[in-house]
Write a protein that binds this ligand. Structure first.
Ligand SMILES: CC(C)(COP(=O)(O)OP(=O)(O)OC[C@H]1O[C@@H](n2cnc3c(N)ncnc32)[C@H](O)[C@@H]1OP(=O)(O)O)[C@@H](O)C(=O)NCCC(=O)NCCS
Length: 165
């Protein structure tokens, strides 16, 4: 089709597309855990809007279509929590997820002074864990999410970019 995917900061006009995209993308995670109440599936449109306004939200675009998204927010300890990374199922496996992650890390470090990046994923999500480790994240602990799913927490220092990232 000849169009390329670009990454940029989300605007309020993207809110509905991000909302619909995460609902679609996280079905596979819900199926993996047999839990359809996971946060990305029950988050309201207003809550997504609030995140777009206050947090660092990046989107991947193919023309007018939002085909990927990620969010991040810097906590008091200087670590940025990155979450809800998702890419449209038809475009997965082409490096867009890794590009989104890099864009979120750069924006969080450059614009919001993040010193570390932290993210979490379900303990059974091997693909996600592989992607995060490849771009330099290391496991620092585990936690049980509000939805009951055991999660693995990973971190990386700002500036600690893996050679393959
Ligand atoms: C997790 C997710 C965002 C990854 O997005 P993605 O665009 O497929 O990610 P990437 O393409 O960067 O990496 C995924 C795989 O594609 C491979 N890949 C990366 N670049 C590639 C390229 N140019 N060509 C072919 N394959 C490539 C990677 O090696 C990786 O393989 P792996 O599964 O063995 O690690 C996506 O799968 C998704 O939306 N999942 C559902 C929601 C979810 O679980 N989100 C994470 C919550 S913690």
């Amino acid at each position: 089709m000849g169009m390329s995917v670009t990454i940029s900061a989300a605007t309020e006009e993207d809110v509905e597309q991000i909302f619909r995209l995460q609902y679609l993308c996280f079905q596979s995670e819900a199926a993996l855990y047999g839990n359809y109440r996971i946060d990305p599936l029950v988050q309201s449109l207003d809550s997504v809007r609030e995140e777009v306004v206050t947090d660092c939200v990046q989107v991947a675009r193919l023309g007018e279509e939002v085909v990927g998204s990620v969010r991040g927010r810097v906590n008091e300890d200087g670590a940025a929590a990155i979450g809800k990374l998702c890419v449209h199922p038809r475009l997965q496996g082409h490096g867009i997820g890794a590009r989104l992650l890099r864009a979120a890390e750069s924006a969080l470090a450059d614009q919001r002074g993040a010193k570390r990046f932290r993210l979490h994923t379900g303990h059974r999500s091997e693909g996600n864990l592989g992607l995060y480790r490849r771009v330099g994240y290391e496991t620092v602990g585990t936690v049980r999410g509000a939805d009951g799913v055991p999660m693995i927490i990973l971190e990386k220092a700002a500036g600690a970019y893996a050679a393959t990232a």
